[in-house]
Design a binder for this molecule. Structure first.
Ligand code: BJW
Length: 249
């Protein structure tokens, strides 16, 4: 076991309140393209060009088709060992909170309870006019994009660049952040706000930050421990490390 891994497990041994934040990297091993990786390209568009309200206004059909493409991949995907390890951590740390930036719904399929999908969920749709949400599967797909009963376009119920996160979702996230003594940040490039500011805030409150990523990110400068590798390998190893330590005591 590496020194960094030992330090992470030692910290978790005394952690009272654990917050986990995840990004696209945790779902990469389920076969879901990340945003800023080369596999995020779709028909020569970068994901960041499509995940905006302006793109939807200009060309709703293309944006909808991109989400259909992603739903096609996600619909066949399964939670991977990284997702399942976080569910096991929830059993070990009963107050655990998970904030995911992912809209794929894979964490929910592990049965995790305390989860905030801060950027929404692509299996839900929302009326562009009145904001009412429903499950995509309950909507008649007569056109692309489908329309609400009121006649307005339906859009994915996700948060695009330049849009505000719902205030109650943001409030819950800030509460979880201010209560935690350890933050584990997994598989995010750490460039999209507000989540990008969480590691620094936790450090400012005297907390400890553990990062899990394939490579260094802006969070690495703030993190107390950085574990480089696949989250599907590292997170189960953390769980096993905690179990071994508990068996010793
Ligand atoms: C692995 C791995 C493996 C791979 N194991 N690791 C303050 C300062 C500056 C700017 C702003 C600011 N506040 C707000 C902004 C504007 C903007 C923003 O942050 N811009 C930045 C780009 C600078 N933020 C917003 O607009 C947010 N709204 C907001 O704050 O409202 C108030 C406000 C508005 C405007 C101005 C000021 C205030 C909303 C952000 C919404 C982001 N939406 C998206 C799309 C969601 C819907 C969808 O999925 O279609 O969310 S964009 C996209 O980025 C998506 C992701 O959730 C998000 C983060 O990406 P993530 O998860 O980090 O993915 P990647 O691909 O970037 O990284 C993957 C990582 O995994 C990499 O590091 C790999 O190495 C790693 N990895 N395989 C471990 N196996």
């Amino acid at each position: 076991m590496s020194n960094e891994m030992e330090r992470a497990i030692e910290r978790l041994r005394t952690t009272k309140s654990l917050l986990v934040i995840t990004g696209a990297g945790i779902s990469a091993e389920s076969g879901i393209p990340t945003f800023r990786g080369d596999d995020g390209l779709w028909q020569n568009y970068r994901a960041e060009e499509l995940a905006t309200p302006w793109a939807f206004e200009r060309d709703p059909v293309t944006v909808w088709k991109w989400y259909d493409w992603r739903r096609g991949i996600i619909g066949k995907a399964e939670p991977n060992p990284g997702h399942h390890a976080i569910k096991r951590l929830e059993e070990m740390f009963p107050g655990l909170f998970l904030i995911t930036q992912n809209v794929d719904g894979l964490h929910g399929r592990t049965g995790i309870k305390n989860i905030i999908e801060i950027h929404g969920n692509l299996w839900r749709v929302r009326c562009s006019r009145d904001g009412r949400t429903s499950m995509l599967m309950d909507v008649p797909l007569k056109s692309i994009p489908p329309r609400c009963e009121c006649g307005e376009l339906l859009r994915p119920d996700v948060v695009w660049f330049g849009e505000s996160i719902l205030s109650d979702v943001l409030q819950m996230s800030y509460n979880a952040m201010s209560l935690c003594d350890t933050l584990m940040v997994v598989g995010t490039s750490g460039v999209v706000y507000p989540v990008a500011s969480f590691p620094e805030n936790v450090k400012g409150n005297g907390g400890f930050v553990i990062e899990v990523n394939l490579e260094p990110t802006p969070i690495t400068n703030v993190a107390d421990v950085s574990l480089f590798g696949k989250s599907g390998d590292i997170l189960p190893a953390i769980v096993e490390g905690i179990v071994r330590q508990q068996a010793k005591n």
